[in-house]
Design a protein around this ligand. Sequence first.
Ligand SMILES: Cc1cc2nc3c(=O)[nH]c(=O)nc-3n(C[C@H](O)[C@H](O)[C@H](O)COP(=O)(O)OP(=O)(O)OC[C@H]3O[C@@H](n4cnc5c(N)ncnc54)[C@H](O)[C@@H]3O)c2cc1C
Length: 496
Amino acid sequence: MTLTASTTDSFTDGLRIAVIGGGITGLAAAHHLAMANADLQVTLFESSRRLGGIIRTEEADEFLMELGPDSFITNKPGGIQLCEELGFADQLISTDTRYRKSLVLSRGRPRAVPDGFMLMSPEKPLAILTTPILSLKGRLRLLGEYFVRSAGAQDDESLASFVRRRFGAETLDRLVQPLVGGIYTSDPEKLSLRATLPRFLDMEQQHGGIIRAVLAASSSKQKQASRIAEAGARYGLFATPSGGLSQLVSAIEQKLAGCPGFTLRLNSPVQNLQQDTQQDQTAWLLETFAGRQTFDAVIVTLPTHAAARLLSDDSFADLRQELQQVEYASSALVISGHQLSDFRDRMEAFGMVVPAVENREILAVSYASRKFPNRAPAGHILLRTFVGGAMQPELLDREDDEILDSVERELQGIYGLHRAPLFAEVIRYQRAMPQYHVGHTSRVLRIEDQLKKFSGLQLAGSSYYGVGIPDSISSGRSAAETILQSLAADEADPPR
Ligand SMILES: Cc1cc2nc3c(=O)[nH]c(=O)nc-3n(C[C@H](O)[C@H](O)[C@H](O)COP(=O)(O)OP(=O)(O)OC[C@H]3O[C@@H](n4cnc5c(N)ncnc54)[C@H](O)[C@@H]3O)c2cc1C
């Protein structure tokens, strides 16, 4: 039987679905379920006393601080689509065009990333030829990518291997590693190109190289550019709510609160999950401190290491083993407020990434109040400095005070900061950043295969198909849709 959105409605009336984890993935999943059928009984379990997970916005003394992510990319549909469904899109703001520039630390000095250099695709050869970030030899080697032969069909390859092979070691060390590292906080020797930036593998296979692909795309690109310009005029490449990302969390929470079938359980860590074998139809037993509850389906939106802990029953042994193999990096974020006049540098950019070869104790600095308006009072600046990640895990063994001292020293050395910050705070993220190592795509396929054994169980979140907010939202929605389809199919044609 083929089920459509309208047929799933009547078949899923009154069914009980648990969503575990109240971060953006769990919220997106719960929202999708509640909007699909108001008669579903959806319960969201969150271990802490607040929703949002990694997303957290705070305000103090006219500083508006993002303690986790600060925005989301708009060229992936998840974030914008959800905001539009919530009637929330008019709250979104774009980056401040006055400071739209990214910097990379180069031999101790912040310098502009060459114009048109998008992660590793050089759109403007002249900008490459004149950048002081690379030596003359490095620049010629980068542009010489045009002549490098394709390696043929590659299933997967590490970022480092690909960039070294195509553009040379200097481009890897001085540009691509910090730019990509800024997103994934990963070791480029291990990072899977297939799982993170597959378009570059495809460009090589289809056009023989990246520069060749860029040239081939340039004519059709002009048409595309006008389309992007239209979309960009509405949102820009990065968007965020004017009052910070927690506003988005509140908007979802409010919408869910108005759904009669929705129940929110805060302070409710789920401890165990198992199939109920006593019943004819598949049912799921979920255990919290409050006791056991039965559900028809469950969506788990936790990092894979936490999901594996819930699935302790022997029947999950193979699935658990795959989940435990996904590695995570930890990082710390130092949020600091300053007077602008306390810097020698003018700080006129969105931020700076730091190559590992610079041997610094910071990964990147986001100039938060330059990127988005109304994040700091006039004459002040709010910075978000990232520390640790997969390349420098040892820095997180330090006490908070040591991290604050080291960040202040780095800001002094790089920007000529000559006074202590007005305030500074360390926020730690333990094992929060999934590492998509070579082979990640195959592992996720194996996880999907394992899941097929357990009707009514779905996994979602940033550990599988993309690490950002739009990916997490799409993953939550897609898990919810899969559950709706499978429950409706079971109701329409019950298993004997
Ligand atoms: C420092 C940092 C900066 C980032 N910056 C950006 C950015 O600028 N833009 C962007 O797009 N992405 C960014 N990301 C990624 C983005 O934050 C994530 O993709 C997204 O927030 C993941 O949401 P989630 O719901 O999957 O997980 P989480 O936010 O981790 O939510 C999981 C939830 O589950 C709860 N939980 C855990 N165990 C249990 C249990 N046993 N029972 C019940 N509940 C439980 C937790 O308390 C938590 O609330 C950043 C990530 C980090 C770490």
